[in-house]
Write a protein that binds this ligand. Sequence first.
Ligand SMILES: Nc1ncnc2c1ncn2[C@@H]1O[C@H](COP(=O)(O)OP(=O)(O)O)[C@@H](O)[C@H]1O
Ligand SMILES: [Mg+2]
Length: 506
Amino acid sequence: MLTKVKTAMLSGVAGYPVTVETDLHRGMPGFHIVGLADTTIKEASQRIKPAIMNCGYIFPSEKVTVNLVPAFKPKEGSHFDLPIAIGIMMLGEYVIEMENTGFLGEVSLDGRINEIRGALPLAIALRKSGIRNIVLPVGNAQEVSILEDINIIPVSHLKEAADHVLGKWRPDIYKRKEIKKMSRKAIPDFAQVVGQESVKRAIVIGAAGNHGMLMMGSPGCGKTMMARRIPGILPELSYEEKVEITGVYSVAGLLSRENPVIMERPFRNPHHTITQTGLIGGGTRPRPGEISLAHRGVLFLDELGEFDSRVIDAMRQPIEDGFVRINRNLEELVFPSKVMVVIAANPCKCGNLWDEKKICTCSRKQIESHMRKLMGPFADRIDMHIKVNPVSKEKLTEIRDSQKWEDSCSMSAKVQAARILQEKRYMGSGMRCNSELDEKRIKQHCQLGDEAQAMMLAAYERMGLSMRGYNKILKLARTIADLASCDNIGAEHVAEALMYRIDLGY
Ligand SMILES: Nc1ncnc2c1ncn2[C@@H]1O[C@H](COP(=O)(O)OP(=O)(O)O)[C@@H](O)[C@H]1O
Ligand SMILES: [Mg+2]
């Protein structure tokens, strides 16, 4: 006697279809789960037996063997409970419809079905394998309902799921609820930032091409204030982006009934005491770190100088590649990390190094070690380096003249226009922004005229740029040209791009 039930497994944020085969033979009573199942699944045997009995179904008195196919991939997660339980309950039954249905859910001892992590990527994997109906916990229904072409069958009890398979219970068709959007007004506006026109210009460039930015300046000059306003000028999320980000949050177990789908670009602001695992991801049961929770949004590292140097170094690869790789004993997990990195830092430990009116109390050695930490190989991977100066006295008085400073709406319009040009240019390539260009595409899309080329070569010599730094300037110049709606990158665009690689004076 054999049953086959469809479900899925997680690897990083990707799901893969799995078939649960259940076989019954004569012999000593027992319950075995094979097929590279980890302890969370092995524990299922303890939960499933009482749960089945509490539903009024009989647990077989023979030897039950459950095999998870494909067997070569390691599997974990409590969502295997439901498909395993269904596989056992259907042994010897006349099943109405199972071929086209997938099952996900954790089972309690009393048969209740509990919410699971990763429901969305699991459902996507099932859908890709051709499955159209998914039986899942009520608490996960809204999250999965973002997928439009599947039937959702929410269940709160194992008995409902079993009765459904046997055709004894017909659930109502699941009605998708409209998911409310958080108002953009919740994000503070750039209009409140006095002066700082050049920094705002840099922020528009960064947001337009999704370039990372390092802002350096004395304490109190507005770095944190401006960074917090960046999500308000980024373009709205596309449907694909919402699905992608919600998948990451689903795997991290961070979705709630109030917030079942991520509708806004994330803004993550981890504290400087964060560990490497917290930031990059990983752990014994690997979870996405802050860098992946910021995927397609902003990762803001405030006071970079306070972060542990090893943590800063560990960010190099994920920021460069747009994904995090985590090696576990048998497999490699991948979490996405396409973020706009925004970094704020003081020029020295006390913060007064660049302030003419204050005295810096740091020793030369302290200043050097601080700069080394900030401007090392990590900073080389950040496209834009910006010096933030305090607001001048004249600017402060201008507020009284009720001068209106550029607001988020105006900045956002510029970003949006440049993003549309990039989307058209990179259509079908899987890329969205200039910051993602690889070497081959830089050659293709960042061609320079004679004057601009000469300027670049001179800068290469003068600034002692790395090849990476050189390419970053080209990508930045591409964004600046896009903001000016220019097909060709001109000398003026290169000249501006070079300003964001300033020598910070040490
Ligand atoms: N350009 C500015 N316009 C208006 N307020 C500012 C400006 N710069 C700083 N502030 C005020 O000073 C406070 C401290 O700024 P903050 O962004 O925390 O500085 P930093 O992060 O550079 O140390 C802000 O909360 C804000 O009230
Ligand atoms: Mg600050």
